[in-house]
Design a protein around this ligand. Sequence first.
Ligand SMILES: C[S@@+](CC[C@H](N)C(=O)[O-])C[C@H]1O[C@@H](n2cnc3c(N)ncnc32)[C@H](O)[C@@H]1O
Length: 314
Amino acid sequence: MRDEPLSDSVADADRKDRVAVNRGNATAELLAHPAEAKAHETPALISKPSTFAFGANWQRFLRHFTEDRVRNAEHSLLEFLGVDNLQGKSFLDIGCGSGIFSYAAYRLGAVRVVSFDADPLSAQCCSYLHDKAQRPANWEIHQNSVLNEDFISSLGKFDVVYAWGTLQHTSRMWDAIQHSANLVSKGGFFYIAIYNQVDGLLGSNFWRAFKRFFNSLPRAGQYLIELVAIPLYFLARRLHARSLIADVQSYESSRGMYWRTDITDWLGGLPYECATVEEVFKFVRTQCRGFELYNLKTTNSLANNWYLFKRTAD
Ligand SMILES: C[S@@+](CC[C@H](N)C(=O)[O-])C[C@H]1O[C@@H](n2cnc3c(N)ncnc32)[C@H](O)[C@@H]1O
């Protein structure tokens, strides 16, 4: 199948006449009038200069949004969950980023999809995909934080709580894990990915310091670093791959992501926390109620370990 760009322009996402997705709160006004929305944000949600602009990066990703990417996202959801579809299931996408996994969950038949992200631009990206799906009423989008307990407790429980690559960027990863786990219904799944902790000279501590440096630079400086990082990234991958093309294809087909977006996300993604598999496993087993480990995908690198927990008891 060819990787064809979807026809609508991402610039459409900035339309001023956007219909509110989540009527009656700040998100609705954010999406309708982005420039005026700041007045309604909780202070904790306003991006600080020392944190990474995830939403702007997701906006760039949407320029490369294709049907193939959605299919890959769908496949990655289903494969790790070990199911054929999401029919009859409710799906919560925490830190939805571009919104591609919410879009995938909606297409896979989820009866209720709720997406939220702390970054207003990410919420806006997700709204763009909601438009693409013809604005279904059973999919709502919020700009809010997983650390906001009032907001979290207003959402209810879900059959699938998906927080892939999000909780490590919140500045309070363990609280974020606990808040998210609380939203899983009995019999439901908790699907998360958390950066692996790596010791040594070029390990997690080095990258935390590097990300701070990267975020202290103006965008032009960041761009220069990205230009240097791109060949290094491909050189590193090339050492493990048959060919560059095959490597990029297999990388992108794994979750529907775009390599260029992910390089920027990796270089800049701050706050940055990480944990060993043992730490996450032990935390969820002992600090979150009623979970059993159901599926696991681990790495020795600095990338994410994937976890699927099932809530077997309240
Ligand atoms: C690496 S992206 C992951 C996006 C998406 N889950 C995916 O799998 O493609 C991390 C996302 O988490 C969001 N985020 C960071 N802190 C958050 C918080 N406290 N609450 C909700 N989302 C948050 C960021 O804005 C960003 O869009």
